[in-house]
Design a protein around this ligand. Structure first.
Ligand code: LIP
Length: 271
């Protein structure tokens, strides 16, 4: 059966807006949140769990039998494994619990293909959306990555791994060299928001070792906004899905980052 992807994206947008309102209530009193620790540098709050529950309920009651992978609970394996929602109910939990901008991100996949996705920043009320082949949008306005080729004006986003947990710590020792010729390096604190910033030109590029649930929608958004998406060794997003090493960037910044990262030794045993 052919699905109306635009109607499904509308339902995903509704879910994200509702989860945005819910999480904002917690965010307003971030100093009082009870914080759980899932692992080193990996936090969770009631807001993450409530947000994921709301999104699950909203989507799976409309798309019965479909599958869903979220960050906070076990995956739902419906009888329809073809269609799967990927949900990060709060991307940037560390930001969130400290009162900084965070996002909610949802992607819809059919098999290995991302059909559509969104990144919602409830604090700024910015809704980034993309449907495969139909462009990328911010609050309904068409997006394009930065067209700048000037190395001196590049602004690159990244995120720092928890010490000892990175498969590629060498990459972050190159930050000085990456920083030297360009305009600036920024840590946005949400992988999804970093991708959204590349899609709308607030960053010219972003690289990190991060998770696919956080970035599936962002990858589509950047591709649809005319950017380039590879892993650190220039291979397509399907390889990044395994290695977790992502570059999303405008063409000039992509070439610059590839040059900086291509010698990082590949260590992933699955690679
Ligand atoms: C995290 C992001 C963080 C990034 C991590 C990870 P979580 O997601 O918020 O900015 O550096 O790689 O993506 O754990 O907050 O959902």
């Amino acid at each position: 059966m052919t699905q109306d992807i635009s109607a499904i994206l509308d339902d995903m947008v509704d879910a994200a807006r509702q989860a945005g309102a819910l999480t904002l209530e917690h965010f307003k009193r971030f100093r009082e949140l009870e914080i759980g620790v899932k692992g080193p540098g990996d936090f969770v709050s009631d807001a993450d769990r409530e947000s994921e529950q709301l999104i699950r309920k909203h989507l799976l009651s409309r798309y019965t039998g479909w599958s869903l992978t979220g960050e906070e609970f076990d995956p739902v394996e419906g009888e329809n494994r073809d269609y799967r929602f990927l949900v990060d109910p709060i991307d940037g939990t560390t930001n969130f619990i400290n009162g900084h901008h965070y996002t909610i991100t949802i992607a819809l996949r059919r098999g290995r293909e991302t059909l559509c996705g969104l990144i919602y920043n409830p604090v700024s009320d910015e809704m980034f959306t993309a449907i495969k082949g139909e462009g990328a949008y911010l609050n309904g306005e068409h997006l394009h990555v930065s067209r700048s080729t000037d190395v001196g004006l590049m602004m690159v986003g990244t995120g720092l791994p928890v010490p000892g947990l990175s498969l590629y710590p060498g990459a972050y020792q190159r930050l000085d060299a990456i920083r030297a010729p360009i305009g600036a390096v920024r840590i946005v604190g949400s992988a999804a928001n970093s991708c959204a910033y590349v899609a709308c030109g607030r960053l010219t590029g972003y690289f990190e070792e991060t998770g696919f649930v956080d970035t599936a929608a962002g990858i589509l958004l950047v591709e649809e906004a005319g950017g380039i998406v590879t892993d650190w060794w220039g291979r397509g997003p399907e390889v990044y899905e395994r290695t977790g090493t992502l570059i999303v960037a405008n063409p000039a910044t992509h070439a610059f980052l590839m040059d900086q990262l291509k010698d990082v030794p590949r260590k992933d045993p699955r690679d």
